[in-house]
Design a protein around this ligand. Structure first.
Ligand code: ADE
Length: 245
C-alpha cells in the first residue's frame, strides 16, 4: 500500500518509523512518504497561510502550495485504474471507525492532507476531486490543532489491517470492534495477584467454557460501556446462549 502525507510538520509523523508500522515500511509492505507542504510555497518566507475572506479569527491555508503539493503526489502515483483516496482530517468530516479502517485497508493509494489553522481553502478540495476521491474524515467529536495526530491514528488503524503487517493475523479477529462488540478482559501469570484471582474458568483448559465465558464478558462489557453498539448489533450475529446473557 502507498501512503502520502502532506504536512507543515513532517517531524510529527516520525512515530511512523517505530513499532509494527515502522517494520512494515522497512519490509516494503507500506510505502509511506511524508512531504513538507512548505517545499511547495513560492515566497522567501515559505508562507502557507493567509487571512480569511469575510473576516473572522485565525488564518486559512492558501490554495497554491496545496495545489503544487497534490500535483506532485499525483505525478508520482502509479498509473493504476483507481484514483487515490485523498483524506482530509477535519472535525467536519465523517467519523472514522473500524469499518472505515477496513475499507481504507483495501485501497492501493491513500493521501492525507493535514490542515492547520482554520483549515484549507475550500477550493483545494473541489479542484483535487479531478485527480482524487476526496473524503473529509474526523477522528471524533472534538477539535485537534491539526490533522497530524489524526493521521497517526488512522495510518496505524489502517496499516495494521494490511496483510503481513501484524505477524499473527488471528490477533485481528478477537479484538474490539471486529464483531461489533468490545473485547473480553485478558489475564496472565501469576494466577493470584494483590489478592485478586484470575477467573477459575480460564485455568481449567475447557475450551468451550472459556469461549462462553469470554463471549459473555464481551456482551456484558459492551452493554455497560457502549450500549449504542448493542443497539447497532445485527441480531442474526447473536446465538441462543447470547440471548440468555
Ligand atoms: N483536525 C482537527 N480536529 C480534528 C478531528 N477531530 N479529527 C480529524 N482531524 C482534525
Amino acid at each position: 500500500m502507498r501512503i502520502d502525507v502532506v504536512t507543515i510538520f513532517p517531524e510529527y509523523l516520525a512515530a511512523l518509523d517505530l513499532s509494527l508500522i515502522g517494520k512494515a515500511r522497512r519490509d516494503g509492505l507500506l510505502d509511506l512518504r511524508v512531504r513538507d507542504l512548505r517545499e511547495h510555497a513560492t515566497d522567501r518566507h515559505r508562507t502557507v497561510d493567509d487571512t480569511p475572506y469575510g473576516g473572522g479569527a485565525g488564518m486559512v491555508m492558501k490554495p497554491e502550495p496545496w495545489g503544487a503539493a497534490l500535483s506532485a503526489v499525483s505525478a508520482s502515483a502509479a498509473p493504476s485504474g483507481r484514483r487515490p483516496l485523498l483524506i482530509v482530517p477535519s472535525p467536519a468530516g465523517a467519523v472514522f471507525d473500524q469499518a472505515m479502517a477496513r475499507e481504507l485497508a483495501e485501497r492501493e493509494h491513500l493521501v492525507f492532507a493535514c490542515g492547520r489553522y482554520e483549515g484549507i481553502d475550500e477550493r483545494v478540495l473541489e479542484w483535487a476531486a479531478e485527480d482524487f476521491e476526496v473524503r473529509p474524515v474526523s477522528l471524533g467529536d472534538y477539535v485537534l490543532n491539526g490533522g497530524e495526530v489524526a493521521v497517526l491514528a488512522m495510518v496505524e488503524a489502517v496499516g495494521r489491517l494490511v496483510p503481513g503487517v501484524v505477524g499473527n493475523p488471528e490477533s485481528l479477529v478477537e479484538e474490539s470492534h471486529s464483531d461489533g462488540l468490545l473485547e473480553y478482559p485478558v489475564y496472565t501469570k501469576p494466577a493470584s495477584w494483590q489478592g485478586r484471582e484470575v477467573p477459575e474458568v480460564l485455568l481449567g483448559g475447557n475450551h468451550g467454557k472459556v469461549a462462553r465465558f469470554r463471549r459473555n464478558e464481551q456482551l456484558r462489557r459492551t452493554a455497560a460501556r457502549r450500549p449504542d453498539l448493542i443497539l447497532a448489533l445485527d441480531p442474526s450475529t447473536l446465538n441462543r446462549h447470547d440471548r440468555d446473557t
